[in-house]
Write a protein that binds this ligand. Structure first.
Ligand SMILES: [Zn+2]
Length: 506
């Protein structure tokens, strides 16, 4: 064999033995595609991806899908406001939502009201206001299972392996329980006393009741996607996990009740992998109670330390709130709220001592869920003003996510493209971002990666080829961890993608 020939063989063997970060064909195809946005879109769409870790179920479904599902459920709508009204008969001025399937004018008005499509800010109605108002209009129009099917399918078509969907299980029941308990035991800032009152009032019953609720959502989702049949949709191959939402704009009693419930639910049902605080961070109640709420999470962490906590923090910017509100949210979320992931983190450079915070996040491997389009639409922060490159330069793990792809009228591929075009990412960076979406996922099990920076696999799988079936110690290890199986699958997808791209360079 010639020297060149043996070098080629050695390279091929190396490529098979090691994860395919920088494999030439895909990297070359990416370099060619990025010269024109339409080519880049097509390339990124079919590139294998990890997951989406910041994805609110209600904001992820497109308005058209909500109209379809709501029409099938006989909902009504007020055409003047765009608000869904629950029960028929649809007396004037309300109309059947079904009308929007054939009446293009009504359809257009609803899609515009329920999303950022064609939105033009006017005095008193900013992007922020229009965005958050949408949730209140279409809420309850469609079942969670229908919405989840649409979102999982879209993820599958984009070759994602995993999604974490934010949802509020037992929503009304939790509100009622908190309010009832608070009547006799008003919140005094003593979490142990309030927890005892909650337990006496039957918090555990709500945790039990959540499991059949999750069963029903997942059954409906799979039925819509025709999983297990020959017509199975792409979403059937996507692993779905749930993050329980806590609304930070509620009373202290409600926020604490939802917080404890989130921890207990994760412990009771493995399909729920953690909790997240949601609702506008700039809401006056959310601002006033921010630190108190972080103390509630500190208490939860003491009681149930395995709870995975992701927190919207720093979804703020200059002008939206007083500068003093920009000084501490992310740091408190990390240090007091025990957040393993931060949602948005846009105002990080306004924090007190931002550089020490960045170093701390890098050292503790606290990931930031970056939602570029959402931040542009809600906060007006984009391009060079966004801290995405700062986080990366300081070694803070970053994942690209969508936030509310239906309201934003985007998808996960769009966010990858936006990051590539705005920040000039190379192929290595792209692969690293996708690996991050599984590495920092809350899905159960140990990581495939012993070193999640250099991307060195665990000893059991060193030298194994993810494009083939795992054997021996690697198979045994993968058998113990759902997370590692997803990561192994992504590596296999990337090797095959590289191989296919080499054969078909266009
Ligand atoms: Zn969000």
């Amino acid at each position: 064999m010639s020297k060149v020939g043996s070098a080629i063989v050695a390279t091929v063997l190396l490529a098979l033995a090691a994860p395919p970060a920088n494999s030439a064909p895909a990297a070359d195809a990416f370099a060619a595609a990025r010269k024109a946005p339409p080519l880049l879109r097509a390339f990124l769409y079919r590139m294998p991806k990890g997951g989406d870790l910041h994805n609110h179920l209600s904001g992820a479904a497109y308005a058209e899908a909500i109209i379809r599902a709501g029409a099938a459920a006989d909902r009504c709508v007020n055409p003047a406001t765009g608000a869904v009204v629950w029960t028929p008969p649809c007396t004037a001025p309300n109309r059947p939502l079904r009308d929007a399937l054939t009446d293009a004018k009504l359809n257009n008005a609803l899609v515009d009201a329920w999303s950022m499509r064609d939105f033009v800010p006017t005095s008193g109605n900013s992007g922020h206001d229009h965005f958050f108002a949408a949730f209140g209009l279409f809420g309850g129009a469609a079942s969670a299972g229908d919405l989840a099917a649409e979102v999982a399918d879209r993820a599958g078509r984009q070759r994602m392996r995993y999604i974490e969907l934010m949802i509020t299980f037992q929503s009304a029941q939790l509100g009622n329980l908190a309010d009832t308990v608070a009547k006799d035991h008003p919140w005094t800032g003593d979490p142990a006393a309030f927890e005892a009152a909650l337990n006496a009032a039957g918090l555990a019953d709500l945790v039990k009741a959540a499991t059949p609720e999750i069963d029903a959502v997942e059954q409906r989702m799979r039925a819509v996607m025709q999983c297990g049949t020959k017509d199975a949709h792409p979403g059937c191959g996507v692993t779905v996990r749930w993050l329980q939402q806590v609304s930070r704009t509620g009373s202290a009693a409600r926020v604490f009740t939802q917080t404890m419930f989130g921890g207990l639910l994760q412990q009771a049902d493995s399909r729920v992998v953690g909790l997240d605080y949601v609702a506008p961070e700039d809401d006056p109640k959310a601002l006033a109670n921010y630190t108190d709420q972080m103390h509630m999470l500190d208490y939860l962490h003491g009681r149930l330390p395995a709870t995975n906590i992701s927190l919207h923090a720093g979804e703020l910017t200059m002008g939206l709130v007083r500068p003093e509100e920009l000084l501490f949210h992310i740091r408190q979320a990390v240090e007091l709220g025990h957040a393993r992931r931060i949602g948005h983190g846009v105002d990080v450079m306004y924090e007190e001592n931002p550089f020490s915070l960045l170093k701390e996040m890098a050292q503790r491997r606290v990931a930031v869920e970056v939602n570029l389009t959402s931040n542009a639409q809600i906060l007006g922060v984009k391009g060079a003003d966004h801290p995405f490159p700062v986080y990366r330069n300081y070694g803070v793990p970053v994942v690209l996510s969508t936030d509310d792809e239906g309201i934003e009228r985007i998808d996960r591929t769009h966010e990858l493209q936006r990051a590539v075009e705005t920040y000039g990412l190379d192929w290595n960076a792209l692969v690293g971002l996708e690996r991050n979406t599984l590495e920092y996922a809350f899905v159960e099990g140990a990581s495939f990666w012993a070193d999640p920076v250099a991307w060195r696999p665990v000893r059991e799988c060193g030298g194994a080829n993810p494009a083939s079936e795992a054997t021996g110690s690697c198979a045994a290890f993968l058998g113990t961890s759902m997370k590692a199986r997803l990561q192994w699958a992504l590596e296999g997808d990337l090797i095959r993608f590289n191989r296919e791209t080499g054969q078909k360079p266009n």
